[in-house]
Design a protein around this ligand. Structure first.
Ligand code: ZN
Ligand code: MN
Length: 470
């Protein structure tokens, strides 16, 4: 199985669009009135002229450096011809002959083994407008709405080699890439605009099939898995897998035929004469390289020196917000303690709610107090996890939550002692059994006290108190 990806990343860090001074919608979170962020240039009016956004070039170079690419210090833009209402000037400004950068790679860890994924090229592309069909598809629609707000939004296109050997690898790659782009500050996953993918997949004995219009890492895995089954079934029945372009239907969870055989040459690329060549000085590249922050892989290496496991280090470096919080907390608490709470109960609770830390209500001050409660033995890690279930959903200090929920402060042994007394009084037979040497009777009593304290008491304290009493 061979899989390659073409990834379109909306650059959210730029304040303006690629070739005009309209605000960049990828960097705006609020709902926008359709066609409210447009000018003659991004509407493709005859006579309008584009101008290059220099900060966009810097952001492209950042991505290229982080993906270990070799930079082209001189490049230009090209016109890709196509006629469609989402691109009113009848061509899209992109790069073809000379991209910003090429020949890079990114390392993945698959089943404990390192795997290198080749990056063919990183180039710039402008986003077209957004179409909304009134019906299910273009042929079933009475009309189509066009929103030119998106037109001219700067995209970084990242093309990989066909190095993935499973849909899962493609998903892991996309998650890692998204994380790196977040670290670089180029793409903010909290924004509305998403990373969109085209992928190509071929099985032994079949032609290459392209699947277009996939949003997000989870969908890439789903779409590719569907294609694997479809192509395998064709081949098994002795049929041909033909070269074609298919589209991913997010609602129906299937891929559908879009068109047969299409060559890149048919787009009739020509260089864009309205824009000048871009020359990038060595000094400019050095300046950009100097400002690239510590990336996830480097963080994992550094965190392991704190004595925490690689698995925990990878989880924490897997989200920038997590890493930031971890680095603050280890100033006050032991790294192992912080890591086990964050990579354990916290990450588990976030996963369960399909959230990342940045979408949750858990802030540094909340975690600081939670760790204070833990390290002073006022609560167990189990209680911490129960508190986190509420803390991810609303901004609340853990100590207030304990009071509200009536969780015993476990420092207060008198509360546990009361429960122990009650259990001993109520379970005379078990007490006798224990005294005649039955170890299982002791576990039974501990369990009863646990139930009595609603699972919030520290089992070590329970054992100590029962032994003392008996
Ligand atoms: Zn504009
Ligand atoms: Mn593209």
């Amino acid at each position: 199985m061979k899989i390659g990806l073409e990834i379109h990343v909306p650059i959210t860090s730029l304040r303006t669009k690629a070739f005009c001074s309209c605000p960049n919608p990828a960097g705006i979170k609020k709902d926008l009135e359709p066609n409210s962020l447009c000018c003659p240039t991004c509407l493709g009016m005859p006579g309008s002229k584009p101008a290059t956004n220099q900060r966009m070039i810097d952001e492209m170079i950042k991505i290229a450096v982080a993906l270990n690419c070799s930079l082209n210090r001189e490049f230009f833009f090209s016109r890709k011809s196509y006629f469609y209402p989402d691109m009113s000037k009848n061509f899209q400004i992109t790069q073809y002959e000379v991209p910003v950068a090429e020949k890079g790679h990114l390392e993945l860890k698959v089943k404990g083994k390192k795997k290198r994924i080749g990056i063919t090229r990183v180039h710039f592309e402008e986003d077209p407008a957004k179409l909304t069909h009134s019906g299910k598809s273009i042929t079933e629609s009475d009309y189509v709405l066009v929103d030119y707000n998106r037109s001219g939004t700067p995209l970084a296109e990242i093309v990989t080699e066909p190095d993935f050997s499973s849909p899962k690898e493609a998903r892991v790659f996309l998650q890692k890439l998204t994380n790196i782009l977040d670290y670089l500050g180029v793409f903010d996953p909290a924004m509305e605009s998403t990373i969109r993918c085209d992928s190509n997949i071929s099985l032994k004995g079949g032609e290459r099939v392209e699947v277009k219009n996939i949003s997000g890492a989870q969908s890439v895995e789903k779409a590719l898995s569907f294609e694997v089954v479809r192509q395998k079934n064709l081949l098994r029945r002795g049929k041909k897998v033909e070269q074609e372009t298919r589209t991913w239907d997010e609602v129906g969870n299937v891929t559908q035929l879009m068109r047969k055989k299409e060559m890149e040459e048919e787009y009739g690329y020509i260089f864009e004469p309205d824009l000048t060549r871009v020359k990038v000085s060595k000094r400019r590249v050095k300046g950009i390289e100097r400002n690239i922050p510590e990336l996830p892989d480097q963080k994992v290496k550094r965190y392991k020196k704190f004595g925490i496991s690689e698995i925990n280090a990878v989880t924490i470096a897997g989200e920038l917000e997590m890493a930031r919080m971890f680095e603050e907390l280890v100033k006050k608490f032991s790294a192992k303690r912080v890591a086990s709470l964050m990579a354990g109960p916290l990450q588990k609770t976030l996963n369960y709610n399909q959230m990342r830390l940045r979408d949750s209500h858990v802030e540094l001050k909340h975690m600081r107090n939670l760790l204070k409660l833990l390290t002073t033995n006022q609560i167990t890690e189990r209680t911490a996890e129960m508190l986190l279930r509420d803390m991810v959903k609303k901004p609340v200090m853990p100590e207030n939550l304990i009071e509200k929920k009536g969780v015993e402060r476990l420092k207060d042994e008198s509360v546990i002692d009361k429960a122990v007394k009650k259990v001993i009084d109520d379970n005379v037979q078990a007490v006798l059994d224990y005294k005649s040497g039955k170890e299982s009777a002791f576990h039974f009593l501990v369990g009863k006290v646990m139930a009595e304290t609603k699972g919030r008491a520290d089992p070590n304290v329970i054992r100590k108190l029962i032994k003392k009493k008996l």
